[in-house]
Design a protein around this ligand. Structure first.
Ligand SMILES: [Zn+2]
Length: 298
């Protein structure tokens, strides 16, 4: 049995999968905000619950909104800031009395979709999570690529490529730089850009509904968004040339992206034609937790 835990900023989700990937049990609890020790205890309690419910012991994989620094073995880059600098890996292994595997949540997402999801059987896969932030993960021929600095796939804090005059230098990002891809493509970034252009609606969903009702401002906001996504993904295609790009997170629910963005990216990719596929996730919001469980696939 494989246990996966997705440690999110507001929820911790746990899943138990059998050998073929069938879900045996699932539980979701609130994340203890700002409390490191309580976060450890919550994860241990979830593992105990899953093992009691299934009457089996399992391997444990954990997805976190950040990474374990290979240099220090401490958490870095986490937007759940109370985890930063903590020896989460060592503390959890001690508390659970076993080896565990920890990966960035976007890497877990791509592991899930490449293992038995929308990118199953693809050679090279880029997984993107676009919600309140923008993360990415790379999977090549049966293996995730973590990278020597544990940041492979972290494209969200590169600058938006091919900026127009009114996109440059761009808004300030929480990372300290200007014009990061995340400030344009995240859900809040999209809504902000739309409102700056005098648009109505407070969420991406509102804006899509307005566009479908014929609102021209909403439609042009979506067109700008799609062109930015095409440019941002074109740089990924130019580097790793993936077979499939899987979108996850809240913005992956905008179904028009799958049709519109691949029509735009050809202008930016250095190739005569682009046959890369852009697809929605098969496992939806469950991909993070399923991918954490699949960290023990090999
Ligand atoms: Zn940034």
């Amino acid at each position: 049995m494989r246990i996966g835990i997705d440690l999110g900023g507001t929820k911790i989700e746990a899943i138990a999968l059998d050998g073929s990937g069938e879900e045996l049990f699932r539980q979701r609890i609130d994340t203890p905000q700002g409390d490191y020790r309580a976060t450890i205890d919550a994860i241990v309690t979830l593992v105990q619950l899953l093992e009691a419910e299934t009457r089996q012991t399992g391997t444990v994989g954990l997805g976190i909104p950040g990474a374990i620094s290979p240099a220090t073995d401490l958490v870095k880059n986490a937007n759940s800031t109370w985890l930063i600098g903590k020896p989460l890996h060592a503390d959890l292994e001690q508390a659970l009395s076993r080896s565990i595997r920890i990966e960035n949540d976007a890497n877990c997402f791509v592991v899930s979709e490449a293992t038995d999801g929308a990118a199953r059987n693809a050679d090279v896969v880029f997984g993107v999570i676009i919600g309140t932030g923008t993360g990415g993960g790379i999977y090549v021929r049966g293996k995730k690529i973590t990278g020597i600095n544990a940041i492979a796939g972290e494209w969200g804090h590169n600058p938006l490529p091919w900026p127009t005059a009114d996109e440059y230098p761009g808004r300030e990002c929480y990372c300290g730089k200007l014009g990061c891809i995340e400030t344009w493509l995240s859900g809040p970034g999209f809504c902000n850009d739309h409102q700056m252009h005098g648009g109505k609606g407070n969420t991406a969903r509102d804006i899509v509904i307005l566009a479908e009702q014929g609102d021209e401002i909403a439609n042009t906001s979506l067109q700008r968004y799609e062109d930015r996504m095409a440019r941002a993904l074109a740089t990924i295609i130019n580097i790793i040339d993936p077979d499939v790009i899987v979108l996850g997170g809240g913005m992956s629910k905008l179904t028009r992206l799958y049709n519109h963005v691949p029509k735009l990216w050809g202008e930016y990719v250095f190739s005569d034609q682009v046959i890369t596929k852009l697809v929605p996730p098969l496992h939806g919001d469950s991909s993070g937790v399923r991918g954490a469980a699949w960290l023990w696939n090999k």
